[in-house]
Design a protein around this ligand. Sequence first.
Ligand SMILES: [Zn+2]
Length: 433
Amino acid sequence: MYATGLRCVRCQARFPLGARATCAACLPDPGDASIEDTSLSQTLAVDYDEDRLRSVLDRDRLAARPPGLWRYAELLPVGAPACRVDLGAGGTRLAALTRLQAGTGVELLAKVEGGNPTGSFKDRPIGVAASVALERGATTLAAMTSGNIGSALAAAAARAGVAARILLLAAGGLTGGEAEVSLEKSAQIQAYGARVFTPAASMRELTRLAREAAGALGWTWMHDLAAFQAEGDKTTAFEICEQLGWRVPDWVVVPVGTGTHLFGLWAGFAQLQRLGFTAGLPRMAGVQPAGADAMVRALDRGDPEMAPLAAVTLNLALPITHRVAGHHAYHAVRASGGTAVAVTDAEMRQAVLDLATREGIYTEPAAAAALAGARTLIASGAAWPGSRIVCVLTSHGLKASVAMRAWFPPPPRIEPRLDALADAAAPGEPRGH
Ligand SMILES: [Zn+2]
């Protein structure tokens, strides 16, 4: 294995790979702090022996391997091949959005992460974090999640033959009784054989409960392996560069909740450049829902120590609705010369419909937020004419079909006669647009 340790992106302190989940210098006493309480709970990154890596890995050696996460095994923090969870994650399509880019003056592409085995990009970070847990001897894998992490973890645990326990939250656990858990994700998680619980509690209470369950029940929590999740996210950056013939896009636009995904993407682009696979780096753009835009506000203030938003407005994009994003994501956006933008429910809805009706790509609103964010960058001039923009479409629309069903009229019932069918099929106002 080429991973050598953990490093804090805020203070540069170094720790062994097996150290605790937060920086002991930046956050000496995590107490009951949850990822919703402080951006300091997310500052750690994995370091590698990159001199050794340069001697064992090059573009030609990669080109001969099958697609997927483990194509990049040397660049991931898992040593034992037997511990690698392999569901066939990764290797997703980089789609040219030729119809949606018309008239924009930019080149618009989409990394279609809904094509992963459980329907979201989470198969990458959880595939790696679960593998790290297995390598450490874990027998029960656990997660607190509004859904996509739970689906990915339940599938990974099933593949590995270990137990999965999921605390399934509504809207990131932020909205008390106002929102319900996702029916699609709840069923999907249970279908993989995981035990699902829906606690009525604050994130702070749940964080304490998780720590107690780790000690008393031996559960291994995915949020304690966040630094390793970001390593899985690096593979999306690796694929984007390979799919572009080892060229780097000008902008990478990604929805941001805690920001680990955006940070992992940035870490991937930066690592490829250091290893000499690519020249240059993209600008990273984070997209958040209006009302849950902690990172947008932090960047506006120039202060990475973001205060949690007091309350978060319910919005369409529940998977990326958080009160605070991690310091690591703030660092990545600044280092890249990028930005963060907030988008409205109406903009996300329009993006879902445009991707589906004009490109044949069905996403949940949180994923389509990337296109809505790209449009904001184009309109503001931040994305210059001729620039190449990759939108990371994080999840499949089937993840949120129950909610989106309300956007459309019920399909008309018809009699089995040609005239009835012809009448019903006659051109009219497009529905739901
Ligand atoms: Zn630190």
